[in-house]
Design a binder for this molecule. Structure first.
Ligand SMILES: Cc1cc2nc3c(=O)[nH]c(=O)nc-3n(C[C@H](O)[C@H](O)[C@H](O)COP(=O)(O)OP(=O)(O)OC[C@H]3O[C@@H](n4cnc5c(N)ncnc54)[C@H](O)[C@@H]3O)c2cc1C
Length: 392
């Protein structure tokens, strides 16, 4: 493992840092993914996306011919480090940049790429992901939404659920069953569907945070042109797995930012005539979180080293997903203990410390333990593929 960046990478850092210094005034505060935090939050993210696109600082790992910078793995890390340093992040404007774009670059027809990629970069098209159904989550291949051929179209009927950002989306990438008689992984196709097509109904779901980041989406005789299929008919599972690969490689945040925020909170929470920070057991707990976050950072470096050496993915992805999301959940729960009675105050309630963001986070932190492969599934993967335990 080489911890030094090359001169070219350092030049890349300098270029992005100086762009950020000039443009950071346009950035909304970094926010927890998938949480609608009040009026204007979505518009703020879209505006930041568009500003980044003006400087060609969005979708940087996409190949140059498709409007990206062809950034290397290390440059991607630098990009995120610099965003964090500036107190912002990549805006969450749906699944276009992170998931659909890279999938189309790999699988799409030239026509699909030309039509959608520039509009995704410009945030002129917002995309949502139509995978999960009421009875198909972890066992995704059991999905039942049906598409039947009729002339030049597919006719889609069925229901998706937990569809993040569908309330803002212009398009959805959708998994449908096109051959009900084939083995379950072999009868699925991957369609690009205009959310304004007649027959689509979006119904928001309110989460326990009070926010409504995701939705149920119903399809009733929705016509989708056949040219909107990605890959071959009945081979959508392979395309879907490509998308999931991008989803799972996107979780690189180790939680050190939250550790710092927690230490700052402890220094302000009154306790026994002083502050909670003066309590050795509080400091011990926070340093324990810091050690976990640091360990995750080096696990991430191990993963990176494998990638740079062109080796197949190891267990690090599952470990990062499992330990990273659980660390954030534990930190949010600890913040509740620190805050004591203040923890009962809602997000944005008057007199709440830090605008009640900790109680919001505590409720929201369950989500990441569920999406992108639940943590129980990650336990299975680590148990079976890393530790060689028998299948349960
Ligand atoms: C915040 C959030 C955003 C989301 N956004 C989207 C989105 O935009 N688009 C989309 O398509 N989906 C989305 N999802 C859905 C997500 O992908 C599913 O929730 C996830 O795949 C789990 O499926 P499920 O909810 O049906 O639970 P199930 O699969 O029914 O699981 C229920 C419980 O059983 C456990 N379990 C299941 N199978 C096994 C097994 N084999 N071994 C051990 N334990 C098991 C699970 O870990 C879980 O605890 C989102 C979810 C969340 C929380």
């Amino acid at each position: 493992m080489d911890f030094n960046y090359s001169p070219a990478d350092e030049a890349f850092r300098k270029e992005f840092r100086s762009w950020l210094d000039k443009n950071i005034k346009h950035a909304p505060p970094a926010r927890d993914v998938l949480s609608e935090e009040g009026a204007g939050a979505w518009e703020g993210s879209v505006a930041w996306h568009k500003k980044l696109n003006e400087g060609k600082w969005i979708g940087i790992s996409w190949p140059k011919e498709y409007g990206g910078r062809g950034a290397s793995l290390l440059q991607n890390i630098i990009y995120h480090e610099e965003m964090q340093r500036a107190g912002t992040g990549v805006p969450f404007t749906g699944m276009g940049i992170s998931l659909l774009g890279p999938t189309l670059i790999h699988w799409g027809t030239e026509e699909q790429k030309k039509k959608h990629l520039p509009r995704i970069l410009g945030c002129d098209e917002v995309w949502c992901q139509g995978y999960s159904e009421p009875n198909s989550g972890s066992d995704l291949a059991s999905l039942q939404t049906r598409a039947v051929e009729e002339g030049d179209d597919f006719i889609v009927n069925g229901q998706k659920v937990w569809t993040s950002i569908a309330q803002h989306a212009d398009w959805i990438f959708l998994l449908v069953r096109t051959d009900p008689d084939a083995p379950k992984h072999k009868g699925i196709s991957y369609l690009l569907v205009d959310m304004r097509s007649p027959g689509i109904t979006v119904r928001p779901l309110v989460q326990m945070t009070g926010a409504s980041g995701f939705n149920e989406v119903f399809f009733e005789d929705v016509r989708v042109p056949k040219k909107n299929i990605v890959g071959e008919k009945n081979q959508g599972w392979s395309v879907a797995m490509t998308t999931l690969m991008f989803e799972r490689s996107g979780t690189s945040d180790t939680g050190m930012g939250e550790v710092r925020e927690l230490a700052d909170l402890a220094r302000r929470v009154p306790r026994n005539g002083g502050t909670a920070w003066e309590d050795a057991s509080v400091r011990q707990k926070i340093i324990e979180f810091a050690s976990d976050a640091e360990a995750l950072k080096y696990t991430g470096y191990r993963q990176l080293t494998r990638q740079l050496k062109g080796m197949p993915p190891g267990p690090e992805g599952s470990m990062m997903k499992l330990c990273g999301t659980e660390l954030k959940l534990r930190m949010a729960m600890f913040a509740m203990e620190l805050l004591g009675p203040y923890s009962q105050m809602e997000h944005n309630a008057p007199f709440a410390m830090d605008q009640g963001k900790w109680s919001f986070r505590m409720l929201a932190a369950r989500g990441p333990t569920i999406y992108a492969g639940t943590n129980q599934i990650q336990h299975n993967i680590i148990g079976e593929r890393v530790l060689g335990l028998p299948k349960g």
